[in-house]
Design a protein around this ligand. Structure first.
Ligand SMILES: Nc1ncnc2c1ncn2[C@@H]1O[C@H](COP(=O)(O)OP(=O)(O)OP(=O)(O)O)[C@@H](O)[C@H]1O
Ligand SMILES: [Mg+2]
Length: 242
């Protein structure tokens, strides 16, 4: 399918002897917003690490526009247009907001995003451009982390739990900004604990459990009950005891 930006096919991933992902296949179309949901330890962050080149699949393929990017390394993956907003934001606390944002510009990819555009998108970090990353509130840090990723001008933005630990009003603001970001035509994969939020923004949803895709579909075609059952594993599985 020519509309496919990213596809994973039969990916297995391990931490040492521990298998975290099993025969995992997903697809992300150009400009699409895909949500990954699943309980703690389901493998959501691991999946984003594999896509962003921080981890290598032991078997299976990760392809971007048909090119295999599995195991090529994070720096190369960023240059090819895929950037991760990591779990926990990971700013450089002793660098300023602006210095943190400029870290993203090192990928030197052309595109719509610049310091100026980031500051337009998030006026309250513009006011704090000379402040240290470590001096910001959680919500402001998340905005800088998203801004830094946008500075790489990705075709695909991977967001790992951007709303974690933030006040509802801040979460609402982040997701409003996400709509503006997506209007630039970028595809997004979001990992989100809040199924309601995920269903609202995504065109396609994958539910992971114990390293496997247990449900997929468009949020409008899936009932809340189907998603909740897949999420918590209420139906029995052949391999399942924990
Ligand atoms: N560095 C690591 N070393 C060993 N095992 C790990 C490591 N990181 C994660 N795991 C294990 O891999 C599995 C998947 O973890 P992962 O972090 O991908 O889950 P997650 O869906 O992102 O969970 P959460 O909602 O808690 O962020 C879990 O069983 C976890 O304990
Ligand atoms: Mg995680």
């Amino acid at each position: 399918m020519s509309n496919t930006l990213l596809s994973l096919d039969g990916v297995d991933t391990f931490y040492g002897e521990f298998q975290a992902l099993f025969d995992l296949s997903i697809e992300v179309g150009v400009g699409e917003c895909v949500a990954l949901v699943g309980s703690n330890g389901a493998g959501k962050s691991t999946l984003l690490k594999v896509i962003s080149g921080l981890m290598s699949p032991r078997s299976g393929t990760v392809s971007l526009r048909g090119e295999n990017i599995g195991g090529v390394g994070a720096e190369t993956v960023v240059k090819k247009g895929v950037t991760l907003v990591p779990e926990g934001r990971r700013l450089f606390p002793s660098l300023t907001v602006e210095e943190n944002l400029l870290m993203g510009a090192q990928a030197k990819r052309g595109g719509p995003w610049s310091l100026e555009r980031i500051y337009q998108l998030f006026p309250n970090i513009a006011e704090r451009r000379r402040n240290l990353g470590g001096a910001l509130s959680g919500g402001q840090q998340q905005m800088v982390a998203i801004g830094r990723a946008l500075m790489t001008n990705p075709d695909l933005l991977l967001c790992d739990e951007i709303s974690l630990g933030l006040a509802p009003v801040v979460v609402r603001e982040l997701y409003e900004r996400m709509a503006t970001i997506r209007a630039q035509g970028m595809a997004v994969v979001i990992v989100e604990q809040d199924i309601g939020q995920a269903s609202k923004v995504a065109t396609k949803l994958y539910c992971l459990r114990s390293g496997r895709v247990v449900l997929e579909g468009s949020p409008s075609s899936l009932s809340r009950q189907q998603i909740t059952e897949a999420y918590f594993g209420l139906e029995t599985t052949a391999h399942g005891h924990s």
